[in-house]
Design a protein around this ligand. Structure first.
Ligand code: AMP
Ligand code: ZN
Length: 153
């Protein structure tokens, strides 16, 4: 009887230690998210498209980026190019994460025939609500297939 209660105490001790470990780990993660100002990417529609938890009309992807058709096209060809890693907007670009931008632009140029944009296209990046950004995951609109007006408005 005495031996059993010693075992019980031991398992209780281990159990509490595991619970504390996970609780502290979770608190640290929440703190990290808060400090870095990173949103919950679980709620981000373009993160979901990037990890394929929701479908899209995907034209190209690699480990860093994806290109898919815009759901509400404003031109005969209206594509969106996104980094797979969540970056809220162009305002969040730093020396550390900017390599993905050159990768996206190099890929658009490389794939211009496949994307049917050739040498006639416009790249638009709305940054912030006042510029018209509605999805807070960095994305570049690729517009082509008609004469585009200027200024865009
Ligand atoms: P912006 O207003 O610059 O943030 O652009 C967001 C764009 O995302 C709009 O042109 C929308 O039509 C497009 N969009 C939103 N949800 C989806 C989706 N699930 N699949 C494809 N395009 C989308
Ligand atoms: Zn995202």
């Amino acid at each position: 009887m005495k031996a059993k209660s010693k075992f019980d105490k031991f398992y209780k001790y281990v159990y509490i230690k595991i619970v504390c470990y996970y609780a502290i780990d979770m608190l640290l993660r929440i703190k990290k998210f808060k400090y870095k100002g990173e949103p919950n990417t679980m709620d981000c529609i373009f993160c979901k498209i990037a990890n394929k938890s929701i479908p899209s009309n995907l034209l190209y992807e690699d480990e860093k980026m994806a290109i898919f058709k815009d759901l509400n096209p404003e031109a005969p060809i209206h594509l969106l190019a996104i980094p797979k890693k969540h970056i809220s907007s162009l305002a969040e670009i730093t020396e550390e994460n900017s390599d993905v931008i050159s990768h996206i632009f190099a890929k658009i140029s490389e794939l211009k025939s496949f994307l049917e944009i050739e040498n006639d296209f416009r790249i638009v990046c709305n940054c912030g609500e006042n510029s018209g950004q509605t999805v807070m995951h960095l994305h570049f609109h690729i517009l082509s297939g008609r004469k585009l007006k200027w200024p865009p408005g």
